[in-house]
Design a protein. Structure first.
Length: 317
């Protein structure tokens, strides 16, 4: 399949690498206003030129405030598209994009890459199998740093939305109550620290903490159920299951550290695959009509609706 790419930033370059490494497909052109054909024949002056080059599918990897105009054009030309998250910079924009692709019956999915992380997929498997029992609480931490970037939108659209998507992906439940706070420490008007707490429809509690002010990266989920707690690290794809104990401890000093009872601990060995490659393969399967766990336009739109409710509507816990 002939693939076109719009946007050649950090993620765009990674998408280009993935397509170029797959001999079943061809990267036929890249459009980014910062580059011209002077940098190579692969750079095209416009989306129209990409289409004229024979583009059969497109990866759209631009800032969320630029997505809508380009996505609507691709929908009009019936070009199947993989759109980088969060789909748009607003719920309204996301619904317009969704409606355009639905109207032309054109396949599109959204790049929530963590759905293809092996640790996340293992966690979903364990939840479905009942190893944890009923899920009671989920907490996530997604910390990082800005470096030399000057963002035009807040950390909620960059980092927090990933974990929000994973909570809904893992539980398949709606959010019924929530409360959120955000703070701007570095750049006025651009949030860099966000915390959300909430309740899912089955009474599962959740919390998400995300920021750009930490000098290190951390990506961790703790999922607690009736039978134990599952801890996943999406950076190294680590998965560890701590089961509730049934064996009583009679050593008081140790009990104060480990609890009265201690269960088995399982550290799962996973076959690690690059999530971005798996996401691209899933996108191609989606074009062919195969059902995958890629994020749909509707799911991505609903996430933006959730975010706007967090920050612009009162929701008491």
């Amino acid at each position: 399949m002939k693939i076109g790419l719009i946007g050649y930033g950090v993620m765009g370059r990674n998408h280009a690498r993935i397509v170029a490494s797959d001999d079943r497909h061809e990267l036929i052109g890249i459009h980014d206003l910062r580059f011209s054909s002077d940098e190579g024949a692969i750079f095209k002056r416009s989306v129209g030129e990409l289409i004229e080059s024979g583009m059969q599918a497109c990866i759209l990897s631009v800032p969320p405030n630029q997505t809508k105009k380009l996505a609507l054009s691709l929908a009009e030309y019936r070009i199947p598209t993989l759109i980088e998250k969060p789909l748009s910079d607003s719920y309204r924009g996301a619904t317009e994009i969704t409606a355009a692709f639905h109207k032309t019956e054109t396949f599109a999915s959204v790049g929530y890459i963590e759905r293809f992380n092996q640790a996340v997929l293992k966690a979903k498997e364990l939840i479905i199998s009942g190893d944890l029992g009923k899920v009671l609480e989920i907490s996530s931490i997604r910390l990082g740093y800005l470096g030399n970037r000057s963002p035009i939108f807040g950390v909620e659209l960059d980092l927090l939305v990933h974990d929000l998507d994973l909570i809904k992906f893992l539980t398949e439940k709606r959010i019924i109550k929530s409360k959120a706070i955000r703070t701007s420490f570095i750049q006025k008007g651009i949030s860099d620290t966000v915390t959300v707490v909430g309740l899912l429809e089955d009474n599962t509690h959740f919390s998400i903490r995300a920021n750009w002010i930490s000098p290190f990266k951390k990506r961790e989920f703790a999922i607690t159920g009736e039978r134990g707690t599952l801890v996943i690290n999406t950076l190294d794809m680590g998965v560890r299951l701590y089961m509730n104990g049934t064996v009583e401890s009679y050593w008081d000093e140790l009990t104060s550290i480990r609890g009265v009872t201690q269960g088995n601990e399982i550290n799962f060995a996973l076959t690690r695959k690059e999530p971005l490659k798996m996401q691209f393969e899933s996108f191609i399967l989606g074009i062919q009509g195969v059902e995958t766990h890629s994020a749909s336009l509707t799911e991505a739109s609903n996430l933006l609706s959730d975010l706007e409710k967090f920050f612009y509507q009162e929701s008491e816990i």
